[in-house]
Design a protein around this ligand. Structure first.
Ligand SMILES: *Cc1c(COP(=O)(O)O)cnc(C)c1O
Length: 379
């Protein structure tokens, strides 16, 4: 679906780790990866982490989200941000997607904050649960940015922390600005299927010095005295290793190439499937530059002649891996205790969506075969 491509200086940099014996959670590549990541985004601080999920957990901890608080999370997303909210003892409130670009719907965020919440002793309370609302955590889904301006405005007006989950969208732009620079803190993932990979890994970025200091501290077992091993708090072992950061530095050198390849794939799919009835490619907002991390179709069963499940089965028969989106989180048995008003758009997109092979290294021939097989699947 989205396989890693490791054809740059990965081997050379990893060998350097082996030769210098710097393989663990400190070393020059960790510092360099953080520095180069900051430079790319134009952010002040970056903390490299063992995973994207760990970065989300640290961001929520460092932002002071407390047990029993609530955090607004899109219903249509990979489960990691909702899980991270639970790790700090807080609860997600699931917000539906907007139908055009499938991102967290800012109108529904405003609606929730205005109509479902009230101020009590200076705190914003969800009237349905009695819990305090503290943060908004939009996800830039599938490489496409969420509509950040109205979310930023809501965070400002209601005094909420805004944290971006940019795990799928490194390099995507919102009104010309890179995602990951539009909030208090942003999180990235370098899992094997992301735009660049370190095998496993993540990054939290922020312009807030105190927040970055706190995240770094918590990521290293909250060590207060490195000589005597004195800890005043329970911390975590969330640091990225030098070996992984070596991969990250080599991958950063290829980021522009990877992004160009993903956009080319998306353009080919768009052009090549435009005339197939019942298939709609993922749209790009006029204010967005998507990275098309996973190129995703909506399959209209009536017009296409097959639903997405049957299409997926037939493509698998032709040796082509595709995948649906994630079960919307308001339906997830893992998050039954979370509140939502219902998310019909997320359910509809989920019912119809199918992601196509989107590897940076997918050859034009293989992509043509995918498109031929899509046409042939109609029978
Ligand atoms: C990949 C991903 C993450 C983090 O994943 P890790 O595997 O922990 O690095 C977080 N959020 C979203 C939306 C993701 O797609």
């Amino acid at each position: 679906m989205s396989a890693p491509r490791l054809q740059g200086r990965e081997g050379e940099y990893v060998r350097e780790c082996l030769e210098t014996n710097w393989v663990s959670s400190a070393g020059p590549f960790v510092d360099r990866f953080e520095r180069e990541f900051c430079a790319y985004l134009g952010a002040r601080y970056a903390v490299a982490t063992a995973s994207g999920t760990a970065a989300l957990h640290l961001a929520l901890l460092a932002a002071g989200i407390q047990p029993g608080d609530e955090v607004l999370v899109p219903a249509l997303s990979f489960i990691a941000p909702a899980n991270a909210v639970r790790y700090v003892g807080a609860w997600p409130v699931f917000i539906d997607a907007e139908p055009e670009f499938w991102q967290m719907d800012p109108a529904l965020v405003w609606d929730f904050l205005r109509r479902d919440c009230s101020r009590r002793r200076g705190r914003l309370i969800n009237q349905a649960t009695g819990r305090r609302v503290r943060a908004i955590l939009p996800v830039h889904l599938l490489g496409h940015p969420a509509d950040m301006d109205p979310l930023r405005e809501a965070a400002r007006k209601f005094e909420l922390v805004l944290i971006e989950d940019a795990a799928e969208s490194l390099g995507a732009r919102y009104k010309g600005r890179l995602v990951g620079t539009l909030s208090e803190a942003a999180c990235f993932s370098f899992n094997g299927n992301k735009v660049i990979t370190t095998g496993g890994g993540g990054m939290m970025v922020t312009n807030n010095e105190e927040l970055s200091r706190r995240a770094r501290y918590l990521s290293t077992q909250a060590k207060d005295d490195p000589a005597e091993y004195i800890h005043h708090e329970v911390g975590y072992n969330y640091r990225l290793t030098n070996l992984q950061a070596a991969l990250g530095c080599a991958q950063m050198e290829k980021l522009a190439e990877h992004l160009a390849a993903k956009r080319r794939l998306a353009e080919n799919y768009r052009a090549g499937l435009a005339d197939v009835p019942g298939l709609a490619g993922m749209p790009e907002a006029p204010w967005a530059k998507s990275t098309s991390w996973l190129y995703t179709l909506r399959v209209d069963e009536e017009a296409f002649g097959l639903g997405r499940r049957e299409l997926q089965r037939r493509l698998a028969g032709a040796g082509i891996q595709t995948r649906p989106l994630w079960q919307p989180l308001h339906l997830s048995p893992a998050h039954q205790g979370a509140w939502s008003r219902g998310c019909p758009v997320a359910e509809k997109v989920w019912a119809e969506a199918l992601s196509l092979p989107s590897s940076v290294g997918l050859s034009p021939r293989d992509q043509a075969y995918v498109m031929e097989s899509l046409r042939a699947a109609r029978g």
